[in-house]
Design a protein around this ligand. Sequence first.
Ligand SMILES: Nc1ncnc2c1ncn2[C@@H]1O[C@H](COP(=O)(O)OP(=O)(O)O)[C@@H](O)[C@H]1O
Ligand SMILES: [Mg+2]
Length: 559
Amino acid sequence: MGSSRAWLWPYVRAERAALALVLALAIASSALAALPPWLSKRIIDEGLIAQRLPVLIRLCALMVAVAAAGFLIGAVNRWAYVRASGRILFSLREAVYAHLIRLAPEFFRARPVGDLVTRLDGDVAEVQRFSTDTLLAFVNGSLTLVLAGALMVALSPRLALIAAAMLPLQLLVRHRTRHWVADATRAVREQTSEVAQFFVETLGAVRTVQAAAAESWEQARLTALNASLLRRITRQQLIGYGVGGVSALLSHVGTALVFVAGGVMVIHGSLTVGTLVAFTAYMARGTGSATSLLGLYTAWQRAAVSLARVRELMEVRGDSAAGAGGATPPSRGLVEFTEVTCRRTGLARPLFENLSLTLPPGSKTVLYGDSGSGKSTLVDLLRRFAPLESGSIWLDGVGVGEWHVATLRRRVCVLEAEPVLFRGTIAHNLRYGNFDAPEEAVLNAARRAGVDRFVLRLERGYQTHLGGPGYGLSTGQRQRIAIARALLSEPSVLVLDEATGNLDAASAQAMHALIDEHFPHCTRLVITHAPERVPGAARVLELREGRLHEHAPIQVAHG
Ligand SMILES: Nc1ncnc2c1ncn2[C@@H]1O[C@H](COP(=O)(O)OP(=O)(O)O)[C@@H](O)[C@H]1O
Ligand SMILES: [Mg+2]
């Protein structure tokens, strides 16, 4: 576990000044909190028993002042703490997110979004809380313990020894139960991921749920998931309570022993009542902090579960986005596949073996084949969304591995059946094609793609907010936004991967016309289930059983 804590350290260290302040204030408030029992001893022995009223009043006033100072210190402390821990939490979360967002698509295929969200949200918070709080609780608890312990020893060494006798036993209890705590915690975290995934899945596809009239079915699934979560939480809580409870019980035994021994000493006259009262007050404080220090041990077992879950994400290696650098020659759009072999996990045979293909600059090719034959995979390989096993793929004579990955992906633009739009304005969504494009270029692209036609009818035009993934726009309208994005990214290769699949015949025709009008110099690859509907293709290829078969270009029937 050493390395996992080391990974955390820089984030905590960045806030060391604020944490030091928090710590100093915590120390000050512990010191203040140590005063009242001492004061009450003096109130009893010097004020009450000695019957001196002025002393009594002065000591009581002092007690109020101590409480007021404690309140002020506590307020500043809380403020500094919230800011420091918030910054640690958010920088941790940003680091994990920055890592995730760069991982290869394969990773996300195998990983439910709900699980990722739970780790980013709950587990990172768990880790932060532990790292910050432990640090403070540890220092604070040790300080209180040392202070209370010293005072206890000063008051009566013999009683102090009795009071400390239970500590080793308590530690043993914590240590023996550490695996139970970790297992129960892991079970809770995993089920929390399941529930989050359920929400992401069903709310993200609410139309499918409603179309299948599966509302009650899904409701029942949630109830079952929750029942299981409740069982796990109950188990975790009971284990936590049991461990803490046994530990507390032992400390009560210690307290009882002190009272018995202290009582004997008072009866024999070797201890004053005031001293015994003060001693037990310090002992309450001391055993309190000892218990919370021991509790940290258990808390660490829990936090380690979350830390492992976050670490697991951080250890997934991404596609090293490094390439030959950003500077690339102006692209012509020459695509060459030579002897490419691709295997997919879970498939018995390679998707294709020794596949070769050349798309000359500015050409238009139609590609069809059964679904699952690997058409999209070809494009993924070209854009480095899938790892290349053997063979080579070139764009303009440069191996795709040599390209700066971001440049490569702008050069090869893909339009898919359901363009993804993000929350935000239409203007923001258009910019996804090129974040550096000037306002004018964005509007120009939108006009050319026919986005104008429907946006200008909207009350707020390009500033219209899209609620969710393209909510409120038809597929055809979203497709036009995707075309405008493509115009902005100025590709040299444009792939339509079943882009017209969800459009009616007329819209599909319009889309093909728009593409041919605005991207005449691009190398165009049209992947489709209906090759007979694609106009103007020089070549027609079929991908069947891992091989490309050339067909005669089809005469497109109009009308
Ligand atoms: N990222 C991936 N990891 C593993 N297998 C994948 C991945 N993407 C696609 N596949 C599998 O590869 C095969 C080809 O998929 P795909 O290229 O999408 O086919 P097509 O586009 O021709 O319908 C399918 O069996 C699919 O399940
Ligand atoms: Mg496909």
